[in-house]
Design a binder for this molecule. Structure first.
Ligand code: URA
Length: 196
């Protein structure tokens, strides 16, 4: 079975298995999407309105901004994989509750263990705090964090501000664009340390 087929099978399994209460109010699940051979996986928070309608992550305003930033480092979406902590849209885009995150989290770990990216990029504090609850996004953004976890193979993490938060905040927007430009060098450094 190819990795694309394995990923499809994984999502199909979780469409049935996931017990998240947001299933009741969301239109459809929004599984991660992209290249299963990706070296970089981006993790956002939860689907918004457009994502809920179309079933793909980051296709609304925040997604367009993300594409713009990927363009500045000449990285196409086809090269990466994007997913969310929570796979169903919370009503009115409220923050997902701890139980809703918990009920979706093994789906995320399954995705990460299939793809085994060299670098995981957190988009926003909700995504980061699942892995690094003691870090503050205002201090950790743009800095490579290295840590071994029991349930995933990846050891390199880069927290960034969430594109939706940065869209309408000039200072944060500049910082996010500057942090984005660090990605190619960070990835090179990781690959040089762990060749193959
Ligand atoms: N914001 C997110 O965190 N995820 C999406 O998929 C869209 C917007």
């Amino acid at each position: 079975m190819s990795k694309v087929q394995e990923l499809e099978k994984l999502h199909k399994k979780w469409f049935k298995k996931c017990q998240c209460a947001l299933k009741e109010t969301a239109t459809r699940p929004v599984p991660g999407y992209g290249n299963p051979e990706a070296q970089i996986v981006f993790i956002g928070e939860a689907p918004g309105k457009q994502e809920d309608i179309q079933g793909r992550p980051f296709i609304g305003a925040a997604g367009k901004f993300l594409d713009e930033m990927l363009g500045t480092i000449k990285m196409k979406r086809e090269y990466i994989y994007i997913t969310n902590i929570v796979k169903y849209r919370p009503p009115n885009n409220r923050d997902p509750l701890p139980k809703e995150k918990e009920d979706c989290i093994d789906w995320l770990y399954d995705e990460l263990n299939l793809i085994k990216p060299k670098l995981i990029i957190f988009l926003g504090r909700h995504s980061m705090s699942n892995f690094f609850p003691d870090q503050k996004i205002s201090e950790a953004h743009g800095k490579l964090l290295i840590k071994k976890f029991k349930n995933i193979k990846t050891e390199n993490f880069l927290p960034l501000y969430h594109p939706a938060a940065a869209l309408y905040n000039g200072g944060m927007r500049k910082t996010l664009i500057a942090d984005f430009k660090k990605i190619p060098k960070i990835l090179e450094k990781i690959k040089n340390k762990n060749p193959q």
